[in-house]
Design a protein around this ligand. Structure first.
Ligand code: ZN
Length: 89
């Protein structure tokens, strides 16, 4: 069974978490002119990386906080987790 370290609660079972998507996607700047393609890319286009990737996770059955996790998409090993406003090295 996979275990994930919530930056607020500590190590918990994977069953308590929900995957939230790619944490590297940047929203277009607020109040700026955005083309349809830029908006479509932001909303729909995602990469499917192999290897280390930074993702959003939600501790849905715990503290209900969102956080970042750096995970290897091939082995599912989690290298690091951080609060949403913190950097992952
Ligand atoms: Zn938590």
């Amino acid at each position: 069974m996979l275990h994930i370290k919530c930056p607020y609660c500590g190590i918990r079972s994977q069953k308590e978490f929900a995957y939230g998507g790619d944490a590297t996607v940047k929203r277009p700047k607020l109040n700026s002119e955005v083309s349809d393609k830029e908006w479509d890319d932001f909303v729909y286009m995602r990469k499917s990386p192999r290897g280390k990737h930074t993702e959003l996770w939600h501790h849905i059955s715990g503290c209900r906080q969102w956080f970042k996790a750096q995970r290897d998409t091939t082995t599912h090993e989690i290298f690091e987790t951080a609060k949403i406003n913190e950097e992952i090295k």
